[in-house]
Design a protein around this ligand. Structure first.
Ligand code: PPS
Length: 568
């Protein structure tokens, strides 16, 4: 690694003149439209953030990185940076081909000279790199459910940087930061990696860490891809800018890093260290459970709390960056100041607000004390995440045809409209199929597409503060889960299982469809000749037998109230 932090680091870009020429040539090549994650990876490959890599890993390098955290020629590199593609695209490519890599608008960013093409063993990659082949890990889920099945590897020729329209002045390449440090005379720089808003404890600990290391401080937050469910980077950057003013001027700088995190704990910490060394930093703060992915499917932590620090220490010399311990800061009431938890005198009153408690207070619109966070930061967070009673949400009814979904959904809609305050939209199964999904049939593929469309519209409504009421059959658990994930980025998802039995639905047969289904005149009919996977984790299960519609609607309203979605 380059610990000569003032020297320029090699980039993969060609000169401007050659870039123009190459771009014309690349227009004729087969091209791959990069995913958001691949764009992040490519940017850091091209600007030297991922030095010593010179392209997407070859098969030999990949095997070696997965097994030993080193490239085939022995250089420390813990994370497989691979170009995953679809089978259909891979079939068109032979090693030796040059392909154009384009961003999502079609702009050519680079040329990949493909030297390798292979089908990876993803289960092994998950085990070795992330510690378990468990879909509860966001990167393992990405690996199996989002990444393409074939990897391409080879050197990159950089044509241009990905274009960013947001916070341009705060984005710096490794060489820009190195030049800045040189210009400012900063020789020792502590980097602080983060994907969360900073509160007072963070400000205290970073300031102390820099002071102890006799160094300047670089707040270096990730604005590429972080953990699903994190606060969006627009909000975070506004928060960081507010906190920046709290440091003594000229000691601290803020720069945004377009990294796609993998939440790989210990390996990720080493990776972050290499990236920071490439950006000219000499020290990095590594905390408890650095880049931790949360709980595994058995409800346990994926990594031990100090695994990342231990692995980092093993490699810090080779990385060329020194680890600075993250001190757990707590508010000491009697002294009205922050102190490291292990230095607090006995008998003092120590206050702390956990992440979960903070989220609860924000959701319920409760007070967040000034000792915990800066008012400007709290104000930004409240703007983005208003109290639950002011956020949008989605009620998703699921159940057999004729179970009563539409009737109950209509009754709920009317009650919500009576209350007022938020616009309400009903996306009824039948109605959606007449317009939004008019060309679709009832195969699994078409049903999934139908539900994903409903989910997309509902997520937009939720994002914009409205109430979406959906009432499709939605027979598949995985599709319902995917819709839930889409919506939970923006607000609450309330799944209501209208649990009328198939026998009762058939007995009622309001539309005469069950009769036709029995006679084989309607094929793939849910409950008769097509499956329905019962929800096991619905927020509410409605038993409609001997219960009138009004009462069912009332149960839904009470549920909304208990979830804090409507003011009581
Ligand atoms: S799905 O599975 O969620 O996409 O179905 P959905 O969009 O809710 O559409 C269900 C309505 O279409 C009518 N219908 C059928 N339902 C199930 N299976 C088959 N094969 C079928 N063919 C037509 C039926 O009237 C459903 O309306 P509801 O309101 O549920 O009774």
């Amino acid at each position: 690694m380059n610990n000569q932090n003032t020297m320029p680091i090699p980039e993969l870009y060609v000169s401007q003149e050659s870039a123009a020429k190459l771009k014309t040539e690349a227009g004729e090549m087969l091209s791959w439209d990069l995913s958001p994650r691949q764009i992040c990876d490519l940017e850091l490959l091209m600007n030297g953030g991922f030095a010593p890599l010179k392209g997407f890993l070859t098969e030999e390098d990949y095997d070696s990185v997965v097994e030993n955290m080193r490239t085939a020629d022995g250089k420390l590199w813990p994370m497989p940076i691979t170009l995953d593609v679809s089978e259909a695209f891979a079939d068109k490519i032979e090693p030796g081909t040059d392909i154009a890599l384009r961003d999502q608008e079609g702009v050519i960013l680079a040329i990949l000279s493909v030297s390798d093409k292979w089908v990876p063993n993803k289960a092994r990659e998950a085990e070795k790199v992330f510690g378990a082949d468990d879909l509860a890990h966001p990167a393992v889920n990405y690996l199996h459910n989002i990444a393409g099945p074939v990897y391409l590897g080879g050197p990159i020729t950089g044509i241009q940087q990905p274009v960013h329209y947001d916070y341009r002045a705060r984005r710096n390449t490794p060489n820009e930061l190195r030049a800045f440090f040189r210009k400012m005379g900063w020789r020792r720089i502590v980097a602080f990696q983060t994907r969360n808003p900073l509160h007072r404890a963070h400000q205290e600990l970073t300031f102390r860490a820099a002071k102890e290391a006799q160094a300047n401080l670089l707040i270096h937050p990730v604005v590429g891809l972080t953990k699903p469910g994190d606060i969006d980077h627009f909000t975070r950057v506004r928060c960081y800018e507010a906190v920046l003013d709290k440091y003594p001027s000229a000691t601290t700088s803020l720069s945004l890093l377009n990294l796609a995190m993998r939440m790989a704990g210990p390996r990720e910490a080493v990776w972050h260290g290499i990236i920071r060394a490439n950006h000219g930093c000499t020290h990095m703060i590594v905390g408890r459970d650095h880049a931790g992915p949360g709980k595994n499917s058995a409800g346990e932590d994926f990594y031990g709390p100090y695994d990342a620090q231990e692995l980092f220490k093993t490699y810090q010399e080779e990385i060329g960056i020194e680890m600075v311990d993250f001190k757990h800061m707590v508010w000491v009431q009697e002294k009205a100041q922050y102190e490291p938890a292990d230095e607090v005198q006995e008998g003092m009153t120590v206050l702390n607000i956990s992440g979960t408690e903070l989220r609860r207070r924000l959701a319920e619109g409760l007070e967040i004390p000034e000792w915990f966070s800066f008012p400007e930061v709290v104000q930004e967070l409240r703007r983005t995440k208003p109290a639950k009673a002011k956020q949008g949400f989605t009620i998703f009814f699921t159940g057999f045809s004729g179970s009563g979904k539409s009737t109950i959904a209509n009754a709920v809609m009317v009650k919500l409209m009576e209350m007022g305050g938020r616009p309400v939209t009903l996306l009824d199964g039948d109605v959606v199929r007449k317009n939004l999904s008019s060309e679709l049939g009832f195969s699994k593929e078409h049903r999934d597409l139908n539900i994903r469309r409903i989910g997309y519209v509902a997520s937009e409504i939720t994002k914009n503060g409205g109430i979406a009421i959906c009432a499709p059959i939605a027979p598949y658990t995985a599709t319902r889960r995917a819709v839930r994930e889409d919506i939970e980025q923006y607000g609450t998802f309330v799944e209501v299982h209208v649990a009328t039995s198939i026998e009762e639905c058939e007995r009622r047969d309001r539309k005469g469809l069950y009769k036709l289904a029995r006679e084989g005149k309607i094929k793939e009919f849910t409950g008769i000749s097509d499956p329905y996977e019962e929800p096991t984790k619905a927020e509410l299960k409605l038993d409609t037998q001997n219960v009138d519609v009004d009462n069912c609607a009332q149960q839904v309203i009470l549920k909304l109230e208990s979830l804090g979605l409507i003011a009581g």
